[in-house]
Ligand binder design. Structure first.
Ligand code: SF4
Length: 179
């Protein structure tokens, strides 16, 4: 996911070993509190009263693609799994970062349960609450796997990937060391 946001995050964190220290940032702390409200402390609440069993904080591993990840919230029925992803943001966009995340979570859920993931719901909730349905298809899973491949390539090669300077940079924790 972070590689989709900026490939240099992989380089700084996993090649040079420089942590983000994002826990010091207020927006990150607010986002974590927001997530835990639905996945840890509000375990019985189900979005739109959907049928199925609510799953929270499931840490899963893919033997097929060698990666792990955590599904914060999902609704599981006999046949399928619906992933719910909450974003503490007013920026309503299903871009490459979210597509990568949903694609990888869908791959993990399908491999570990044998059930299909056909849909996810992304809930943006900061000043306003907006629900965006995202249909999980092969294209989203391919986007996610390509990003995983690029991440692994950066780690293995040790080369700093190209990234252009834009409006992500002023608020980035690596801005002072990023050339
Ligand atoms: S400063 Fe910009 S280019 Fe450098 S790591 Fe941060 S987001 Fe990426």
């Amino acid at each position: 996911m972070e590689h989709a946001f900026c490939p240099r995050f992989t380089y700084f964190q996993l090649v040079l070993g420089i942590e983000q220290r994002e826990d010091k940032r207020g927006t990150v702390q607010s986002g974590r509190a927001f997530h835990s409200r639905y996945s840890t402390t509000n375990k019985n609440y189900k979005i739109n009263h959907l049928d199925g069993i609510k799953q929270t904080e499931r840490l899963l591993y893919s033997r097929k693609y060698s990666f792990s990840g955590k599904i914060d919230e999902a609704i599981e029925t006999d046949k399928e799994i619906l992933i719910i992803e909450r974003k503490y943001s007013d920026y309503i966009l299903i871009g490459p970062t979210i597509k990568t995340q949903l694609g990888l979570l869908a791959i993990l859920a399908e491999e570990n349960t044998g059930k299909k993931v056909n849909k996810a719901i992304v809930v943006f909730n900061k000043t306003e609450r907006v629900e965006v349905p995202v249909y999980i298809n092969e294209k989203i899973k391919q986007i996610a796997l390509r990003m995983l491949q690029k991440t692994n390539h950066t780690i293995i090669s040790g080369d700093m990937p190209y990234s252009k300077r834009d409006n992500r940079c002023p608020n980035c924790c690596y801005r002072k060391i990023c050339p």
